[in-house]
Design a protein around this ligand. Structure first.
Ligand SMILES: C[S@@+](CC[C@H](N)C(=O)[O-])C[C@H]1O[C@@H](n2cnc3c(N)ncnc32)[C@H](O)[C@@H]1O
Length: 310
């Protein structure tokens, strides 16, 4: 038998971060390849893994049915590359929801890739006594449907929104915000935003513009992010250059989320990690938002979530 050992993987602001041995199974392959980067994967899963049991503990004495909804659920496992190129497998978000103790009353996994859905069905079959729905489909269609069937008086839910890129539509976020009872972790694709909203407006073709507008729910980004260059040649076409840097775009997104959610915490920025361990470009902004308008709920969640967003 191979002895398990604790591993350290690169992390922002420090050379390494710690993954305890019990969460690792070395290079165990899911039925379908599902590889992600190390730093942002461990950071988002650490935040989720800390929050879920804190949430079910805080609400366990209350008369609510607690549901965990994983709208971009993956396979239940994540294979990440650590320093030296070795790959390890750690529990993914669906497994964190499944293992959460105290447990959720119900789990809902939404996943578009049918091969990944097979893995999620295996996770479901491992505990047939539990209420687990595995839905193969588009989160933008399925998540609003799931929410519409929950009862604001008796249901409370944590939703994890973890797309690869710009797959989540603003209309879906609006449905979540409208629910009034969901807490949300959203891994917002910052690099998708600043790559699609290219430096020069002439590089933003119709497809990129449509994708940005779908993700942001408005085309106001055209006006807010860009300005005409100060010196225009005589008769030249008025190309615009992006005036906003990544920090300003992030601040814009934070305020935009605040226009629909009563509470949005300042995000944690997750960076690419270079092979040397040095911090690279910003990739994602990890947001925590609440649809619940209650100040008491905000105060409790702020206490629970703040350490994860530092
Ligand atoms: C970053 S991975 C999720 C990883 C997972 N949360 C975990 O921790 O293991 C994104 C997942 O979303 C799925 N996906 C992409 N677009 C989707 C969509 N529109 N609706 C549902 N799932 C989608 C992909 O197949 C992929 O498995």
């Amino acid at each position: 038998m191979t002895a398990r050992r604790n591993l350290f993987v690169p992390r922002r602001g420090a050379a390494f971060c710690y993954i305890p041995a019990h969460v690792i199974s070395r290079a165990r392959k899911s039925s379908v390849d599902n590889d992600f980067g190390a730093e942002h994967t461990t950071a988002k899963l650490r935040a989720l893994g800390d929050y879920l049991p804190a949430y079910t503990t805080a609400l366990k004495a209350q008369p609510f049915r607690l549901t965990y909804i994983d709208a971009f659920a993956g396979t239940g496992e994540c294979r990440i590359k650590i320093r030296g190129g070795e790959k390890i497998t750690i529990p993914g978000s669906a497994t964190l929801g499944h293992r959460c103790d105290p447990p959720f009353d119900r789990l809902v996994f939404i996943e578009k890739h049918s091969g990944f859905v097979d893995d999620l069905n295996r996770l479901r079959a491992s505990t047939p006594e539990r209420e687990i729905d595995v839905i193969c489909g588009d989160a933008n269609v399925e998540l609003p449907r799931v929410l519409a069937r929950l009862n604001p008086a008796s249901d409370r839910t944590v939703i994890f929104l973890d797309p690869f890129g710009m797959e989540l539509d603003w209309a879906t976020l609006k449905a979540v915000a409208k629910s009034g009872f969901a807490d949300v972790w959203y891994l917002f694709p910052l690099s998708g935003l600043y790559r699609q909203a290219a430096h020069n407006s002439t590089d933003v073709d119709a497809g990129k513009a449509a994708r940005l507008t779908r993700m942001l729910g408005t085309d106001r980004w055209r006006v807010d992010f860009y300005k005409e260059p100060p010196q225009m040649g005589l008769f030249s076409k008025p190309d615009e250059v992006r005036d906003f840097d990544v920090q300003q775009m992030t601040d814009w997104v934070t305020e935009h989320l605040r226009s629909i959610f009563p509470k949005v915490m300042p995000p944690k920025i997750l960076h690419q990690t270079m092979p040397s361990g040095v911090q690279g470009a910003p990739l994602y902004a990890l947001y925590f938002a609440m649809a619940n308008p209650s100040y008491r709920a905000h105060a409790l969640a702020t206490r629970l979530v703040t350490p994860s967003l530092r």
